[in-house]
Design a protein around this ligand. Structure first.
Ligand SMILES: [Zn+2]
Length: 78
């Protein structure tokens, strides 16, 4: 009887472990908190931001969103 309980617990453990390992990484946005706009090099305005590959970059103005969305690799490290 005890061994059956052990097997069941083992199966539950494996399923739980598999679930934890297989679940997609949480979609969490990382705040870069940059003080200078990656596009213009000016000080950020504190309201306009752009999210790229899960990282949120601060921008100096709304106008920098377009070039950034078109050529992110040109302005951002990765
Ligand atoms: Zn800018």
């Amino acid at each position: 009887m005890k061994s059956k309980v052990g097997i069941i617990l083992g199966v539950i453990l494996v399923v739980l472990l598999g679930y934890i390992l297989m679940r997609p990484t949480a979609a969490k946005t990382i705040q870069v908190n940059n003080e200078l706009c990656p596009v213009s090099g000016k000080a950020v305005n504190g309201s306009d931001t752009y999210v790229h590959k899960g990282k949120e970059y601060n921008l100096c103005s709304d106008e920098c969103k377009q070039p950034l969305s078109e050529h992110p690799e040109q302005y951002l490290p990765e």
